[in-house]
Design a protein around this ligand. Sequence first.
Ligand code: MOS
Length: 742
Amino acid sequence: MNTSVIGRSLRRVDGPRKVTGSARYAADFNQPDQAYAVIVGATAGLGRVTGIDISPVEEMPGVVAVLTHHNAERLPYLPHKAGIDPAVGERLHVLQDDTVRFYGQPVAVVVADTLDDAERAAAALRISYEAKPPIVDPTGPDTQRIVPEAAARPGARTLADRSRGDADAAVANAPVKVDARYGMARENHNPMEPHATIAAWDGDRLTLWSKSQYLVNEQAEIAAIFGLPTENVRVICPFIGGAFGTSLRTWPHVTLAALAARHVGRPVKLVLTRKQMFFTTGHRPHTLQRIAIGATMDGQLTGLVHQGAGETSRYEQFMEALTSVTDFMYSCSNLRTEYRLIPLDTGTPNHMRGPGEASGVFALECAMDELSYELGIDPIELRRRNEPELDEAENRPFSSRSLMPCYDLAAERFGWSRRSPEPRSMRDGRLLIGMGAASASYPAFHAPASARVRLLADGTVEVEAAASDMGPGTYTSMTQVAAEFLGVPPERVRFRLGQTDYPPTPSHGGSWTMASVGSAIRAACIAVQEEAARLAIADQHSPVFGASAGDVEWNEGRLHRRGDASRGQPYGDIAASAGRPIEAEGSAQRDPEVASRYSMHSFGAVFAEVAVDPDVGTIRVRRIVGAYGIGRVVNPLLARSQCTGGMIGGMGMALMERTALDPRDGRPVNAHMADYLMPVNLDIPEMEAHFVEEDDPHVNPLGVKGLGEIALVGTAPAIANAIFHATGKRVRNLPIRIEDVL
Ligand code: MOS
């Protein structure tokens, strides 16, 4: 490595395209003779469709077809590829029968020449139901808790119950204890860009321009649903307007777009409405948790119990990492975690940024804060006294762990020393001021990925991978990786993603894109250099002609004999002499032997300051300061942007976000942006993200750990803890509302 492009705050290489409107999102790829599809969702929460009167609607202007379970093609719905989806069970089969499993489930699709015509016809369609009352409240008396069948995402810790020592007895016998229940409302992802698919058939080949965080999964999933060879399906998605996990799976609207296109023999465009994005595209499950902690008088944890339950649908078991951080966060020899699912009459939940970790850490970190007050010990000091020497669940060392350095850095930047420990003791005029802190953690995953590098005669470089960029800056960071390992300026590199024609990568989720795709690009760069050197050595016009492979080296993008940089040959010249671009693929995955030796996670510490009006209960977040240990920071500008974005998500979780369901029919009553509250610019305070120096040689050759999702983890408990400090009121259910602090 001669240059140092990694670590530089390069501005987004795709920024100009985004701000000038030339970046094309799924719904922008309009096709000739395209028709428009609109989904009609069930207005019953459970039961069956008894009648659909399509004839008046078929007569309406512009209407091309009305698809229902009566006339829709029967689809084979072959099993999807194992491990590719986060849920156990069988996915929703759309328009295949009359069953209604949840409110908003697609029961018809109207196709018309224009969107207006399709919308008008969809609104006119009359459907009757035999409806039963659904069960949608996980706290209700009719729910049952089930043990999930299998681990969720590849690489995740097992979600089975875990236990060491006798946690319940240790808590019962402890001189100081906290035993509390926590709840978190169902949330919806609500990215700016709605889900959208344009489907076009050419014989039995299908092209999908479709919003996806996991293109090769969408390809495989739609191929399986339609019984096609995988290679008959192409998925294209160069840009994503935010996703937060909602586009990790292939939802029914993609199937419906393809089904409708085949039915009418024209390309079909289908864009979900904001309201429809509350029905069938996943949500953060409502969770219920209990944390019980026992400690000695000097704050040593002696027992820790974490029981958690999350909602799922009746047809799939959706699992997330609700209790898994608790297993290793602190030193405690008696520990028990338990995870249960509550099946409800709802669509299947899905991963939403920091899935499980954010919810579970909220409970754990609030309970630790509660314990600190019980003990009269500073909350940071309490964490310090329980800092483990290794991962006590796995009994192996951490590849790196900077939790306490994160606390030290963030505490200093935040000004924690100015805090007076007593609740309700700090004021600014009439306002109550509170300061709170919480730990954060997220796994440093690494999934198998591949990439292609091509050296062109003009000296530029093309890099390709079937990856996505939902906003973190994949275009930019991968450009940096290729520039770094090829030793060329980043301006010479063009990184392309968002097509299944490119080498496969894992989902753009799990905060593993940088580690996985980045390592694959590094491998492809090394492979293409080997190929270029082989060609140059065989070329009698090359200055390295006839050298042995071990006798040449690369320096700033030039190949020369070892120790003789005066006569070198750049990539472009080698490609020009070869008369063709020089191309190679590379792939990378984590060495299983290294993976079995270390426990690999990112850690962080988050501080929040709130101001609460004691008379009317308004809660304002004033400042959030986080520090994170995430291994090597590839691009500090983008990394800080990820973290402040995550903090904003955490503010939403703490104070605003909640999808409320009508218990009578399961209808989301606030399925729009006016009533589903999220932080807006005026809510967003001063936010700072810092990174501690961390050199982790074990995680992957780039030394990067997960960044995207840890940014949300820890923020909500820091805010909740600050609210307790401000008001003396411990609120254990999110979002925290005005009436909770009055
Ligand atoms: Mo993330 S919830 O894995 O997009």
